[in-house]
Design a protein. Structure first.
Lengths: 104, 653
């Protein structure tokens, strides 16, 4: 029996729950910062799933991908927060529905 | 090294010298401005054609020796052995030109008695007309261009008659058509000249379409383009009866369409009278003596093909006869001296086709040969008259010219008598031979129409002569003062041609050519009364014209008034031009406008293109509602897409 098997199911359930919370947050919340945090939450949910699978299968592939995700998330946090500050300065609001000019 | 004076060298020299002359003249034309240089250019053009003539004369005298052995030929073309008394000399038969999957066309020439006679006519008459042009075009500032075209024409015409197969002949055929166009429209600043050139070109295209189809039909049936092999193939087949559309009938009829276009036979004759807009020597060379006879030459060249198809040869005979009669009647009422001659040419070409149509190809070529002399003479004579009249072409403004221009008058009389068929001039012999052949073959109707045409020919030519040279001068005082005889450089060719018009009939052309056509010799003899009747008819025609136009001009006017309705039809040239004009305006232009443009192009093609555009725009208008600009809406779509794909991967498979 694989030593990590006992933890896989709870870890995946937790990951799915976190991801669902993130998705719901992204779609329902209007504040850009909250939405942003929900996106981070989804990323980390995926990270957790990677770790769980990695442990279950006894390989390092999943952990490797986690490092990639972390790096991307860090870059995203830097750029994203900068954009949020710029948006606040330009539009005096962080309500997502105010940003609707991304169309024809 | 090949001897210079051999049949392997001289025909090619003769063929390419005029082309060289054209290249030199057209390349240096922009630089030739001084009078002395222009005269040099004219002499160069004349020189190439004269040398060409001498080369071909030598060739013609040795062409019989050069014929290759019968066995060689039959082996080469895989033909069944058959006794053929005569073979053409075919140089360059191995020189590949087109060799594509079974279609093998060498750039071959064919030299036999028939093509030799034609080349001699082309370069012989051509030389005289080149020389005449020196005088006639002396005051034209564009004469270097004129002579370069004339040289180019000579090259293409030689290529046409010396061609050993139909595609090579076609190059010459189109080339002379091009030169005809260029020279009719030589004075292109005159709108009527430019229009006439276009008309000639377009009408000839119609004929050429038939020619191309005929070539294809001939190749399809016989598997070769070689003219000699085609005639051999035709001789090996059973004759096709009337109404039987076998290979020879189809090919013959289609090729005859081309001949009709080039030789101005009804219904494609309309371009030739208009072609008189060109300089008069051009009318003499291209539109009387040489190019327009190309159709007759082609029919004669493929003689056995026609002789073996009753349908094709009957069509040739009927078209020729009808053309001869109709053109002769139109010539009765023309007032422009050159137009009378133009219709006369159409009529005489019809005569040649009549001869070919009764199976007497040699006789047709005989008339071609004699006609080249006297018609070139008449055209050059009319050119001399026009020269004397300072450009006036209306016979109603001439009269009494014989005292002022005696040399022109003298040669013109010879030409008129020759074409009228007065013995012992050239026209008598060839016309007599044609009528005799028609009678011999049992075509009484064709014979009767031919005899009537002969009478009309004598009548309108005498009318032309009397109106121009006799009676009082009807032009203005200024014009009368201006009258002058042409320079010697123009008179000398007239005199040479007059001598030819007297003597050409003595050459036994039909007998010389009998071996070329390889047809069974005509049986029976012409009835003894025929020459007498033919002469009598010609004399009657001349006498009637003399009586009407010199003795009793009042009567002529009264008769003219009485026959007004007929005269109107003749003046309208049997409404051919009007019918074609109505067709072009009504069917072609209006059809293009209403059906092709407004119907097809505007609604169908534009409709399809614009409809596609409108559909795309409409679809986009509906689809852009999806784009709200809200990031969350896009994210929702992405989520939906991801869920769909995932669901498909997990369950649907």
């Amino acid at each position: 029996m694989n030593p990590g098997a006992d933890l896989v199911v709870p870890a995946l359930l937790l990951s799915a729950g976190l991801f669902a919370i993130g998705v719901v947050g992204v779609f329902l919340r209007r504040n850009v910062i909250t939405v942003f945090m929900c996106v981070e939450l989804m990323l980390n949910a995926v990270n957790l799933a990677f770790i769980a699978f990695s442990r279950w299968r006894g390989t390092l592939d999943g952990q490797l991908l986690v490092f990639f995700v972390l790096t991307v998330a860090a870059a995203e946090a830097a750029v994203g927060l900068a954009i949020i500050i710029a948006a606040q300065r330009n539009r005096d609001t962080l309500d997502l529905d105010a940003f609707n000019i991304l169309k024809w | 090294m090949a001897k210079l004076l051999s049949i392997d060298v001289l025909p090619f020299l003769a063929l390419f010298l005029p082309l060289g002359g054209f290249l030199v003249l057209s390349l240096f034309e922009p630089g030739i401005r001084r009078d002395r240089e222009e005269r040099g250019a004219a002499l160069l053009a004349c020189g190439t054609v004269i040398i060409s003539f001498l080369c071909l004369l030598w060739t013609a005298l040795h062409v019989d020796e050069a014929a290759r052995s019968l066995a060689d030929f039959r082996v080469q073309w895989r033909l069944p052995p058959r006794a053929s008394p005569y073979l053409p000399y075919q140089p360059w038969i191995g020189l590949d030109w087109i060799d594509v999957s079974g279609v093998h066309v060498p750039f071959a020439l064919l030299l036999d008695r028939l093509s030799s006679i034609m080349t001699l006519v082309v370069t012989g008459i051509g030389s005289l007309i080149h020389v005449y042009s020196i005088g006639y075009m002396a005051h034209d500032e564009d004469r270097v261009r004129y002579f370069s075209y004339l040289n180019l024409f000579t090259f293409f015409m030689l290529l046409l008659v010396m061609a050993g197969n139909l595609p090579v002949m076609f190059i010459g055929w189109e080339g002379v058509g091009l030169c005809s166009y260029l020279l009719i429209g030589f004075w292109y600043k005159k709108k009527s000249a430019a229009d006439a050139g276009k008309k000639a070109f377009i009408v000839n295209r119609i004929g050429d379409a038939g020619l191309i189809l005929g070539m294809i039909a001939a190749f399809y049936s016989f598997g070769t383009f070689d003219t000699f092999a085609l005639t051999e193939g035709a001789n090996a087949l059973q004759p096709e009866k009337w109404g039987e559309f076998g290979p020879m009938t189809v090919a013959g009829l289609l090729l005859f369409v081309g001949a009709c276009g080039k030789s101005a036979q009804i219904p494609l004759h309309v371009w030739l009278p208009d072609a008189m807009e060109g300089p008069t020597p051009v009318s003499a060379l291209i539109h009387a003596a040489t190019m327009v006879t190309a159709g007759v030459y082609m029919v004669a060249r493929l003689g056995p093909l026609y002789a073996h198809s009753e349908t094709a040869i009957t069509v040739v005979a009927v078209v020729g006869t009808v053309t001869a009669l109709m053109a002769a009647t139109i010539a009765l009422v023309q007032t422009d001296i050159k137009r009378v001659l133009a219709y006369s040419t159409v009529s005489q070409l019809g005569y040649m086709f009549l001869a070919c149509g009764v199976g007497a190809f040699g006789v047709g070529v005989f008339h071609l040969f004699t006609h080249a002399f006297f018609k070139a003479l008449l055209f050059l004579g009319s050119g001399s008259v026009i020269h004397a009249m300072s450009g006036e072409q209306d016979m109603r403004k001439m009269g009494g010219l014989w005292r002022k221009i005696p040399w022109t008058f003298g040669t013109f009389v010879v030409g008129t008598l020759a074409i009228a068929g007065i013995p012992p001039l050239a026209g008598f012999f060839s016309k007599d031979a044609i009528l005799g052949s028609a009678l011999e073959e049992g075509h009484q109707v064709l014979f009767a129409v031919g005899l009537l045409t002969a009478a009309l020919t004598a009548f309108y030519m005498a009318r032309l002569l009397f109106l121009t040279f006799f009676g009082p001068f009807r032009g203005g005082h200024e014009a009368e003062h201006h009258l002058h005889e042409s320079p010697w450089v123009m008179l000398a060719p007239l005199i040479v041609l007059a001598v030819g018009s007297v003597g050409a009939g003595l050459l036994p052309v039909p007998d010389m050519l009998a071996v070329v056509f390889r047809l069974p010799p005509a049986e029976g003899h012409h009835p003894a009364w025929l020459p007498i009747v033919a002469t009598l008819v010609a004399v009657l025609g001349i006498a009637a014209a003399y009586w009407l136009f010199l003795m009793l001009p009042d009567l002529a006017a009264r008769v003219g008034a009485r026959l007004r309705p007929i005269g109107r039809v003749l003046e309208e040239k049997y409404y051919f031009d009007r019918a074609y004009d109505a067709f072009a305006r009504g069917v072609v232009v209006e059809g293009s406008r209403k059906v092709l443009w407004q119907g097809l192009d505007a609604s169908l093609i534009d409709g399809a293109v614009n409809g596609l555009g409108r559909f795309t725009a409409g679809f986009a208008r509906a689809a852009r509602v999806v784009q709200t600009g809200l990031v969350r809406a896009y994210a929702l779509l992405i989520l939906g897409g991801a869920v769909t794909v995932l669901g498909y991967l997990l369950w649907a498979r």
